[in-house]
Design a protein around this ligand. Structure first.
Ligand code: SF4
Length: 247
């Protein structure tokens, strides 16, 4: 039996979505901080870096998301002005998907549900929510990778934890979320890991959100000391802290 949802705070109607976006950090940045905090500073300076791998990962997700969204039929157009509007839209869509036992997905064109935590000023767009159990949305986040790992990486756990907290804020408890790794060489090869929103994950997400905000406001990051991370990093040629610059 689903619990009834608490009302969303009406004061969120006073904050425009545009203003909130300008003052927020992304849930993906909260995860990336765990790869290397300097990536946050580099994204701020040089913009989000795209690599062949990230482009391929996005393409894989877009194809899947569009197929899922098409199956849902025509989407209702809703006027969105405030944070409240976005949260209500997200909540209504998840609620309807639970009623109809559907899967929701977000594509670049159509975002059906956001993960928003106004108190920590972050936003995120989870890849997918499986609502077919009619009880709770099970979030899924996809990562394409060269080799399937033996466990979910910490940055991916934290990112999913951030999404889950935002969905909980809408009134939906979740027993767990799933990080799915997909092989870049053969997309039929996948492996799933469950992530539980326990006290540790909650604390780490909230503490990291604060650290990411500090870096966005110009604070100095503490870069990784692991050269292997730099070798795989799209900022390695421009990053002032890079341990893998060619020159
Ligand atoms: S190059 Fe290294 S230090 Fe710089 S952002 Fe990437 S991982 Fe961090």
């Amino acid at each position: 039996m689903r619990a009834s949802h608490p009302e969303l705070p009406l004061e969120l109607k006073k904050t425009t979505w545009r203003k909130f976006l300008s003052q927020s950090v992304g849930a993906s940045s909260i995860g990336e901080y765990w790869y290397c905090p300097a990536k946050i500073a580099n994204a701020r300076t040089f913009g989000e870096a795209e690599t062949t791998e990230t482009v391929k990962g996005s393409e894989y997700h877009e194809i899947e998301a569009k197929t899922i969204i098409e199956k849902l039929g025509p989407l209702k157009k809703v006027k969105v002005e405030s944070v409240f509007d976005i949260m209500k839209l997200s909540r209504d869509n998840i609620e309807a998907a639970l009623m109809n036992r559907e899967i929701l997905a977000n594509s670049e064109e159509d975002v059906l549900f956001w993960s928003v935590l106004p108190e920590a000023r972050y936003i995120g767009v989870p890849d997918k929510a499986d609502c077919t159990n009619a009880e709770e949305p099970i979030l899924m986040d996809f990562k394409t990778t060269a080799r399937l790992p033996g466990d979910a990486w910490v940055d991916h756990r934290i990112q999913l934890g951030a999404y889950m907290l935002g969905i909980e804020r809408l009134g939906f408890g979740q027993s767990y979320g799933i990080v799915r790794y997909v092989s870049r060489l053969d997309s039929t090869l996948t492996t799933d890991f469950k992530v539980y929103l326990d006290g540790y994950l909650r604390d780490e997400v909230l503490a990291t959100a604060q650290e990411v905000h500090k870096i966005f406001l110009g604070g100095k990051p503490r870069p990784t000391s692991n050269p292997n991370k730099c070798k795989a990093c799209p900022y390695r040629k421009v990053c002032e802290w890079s341990l893998a610059r060619d020159n």
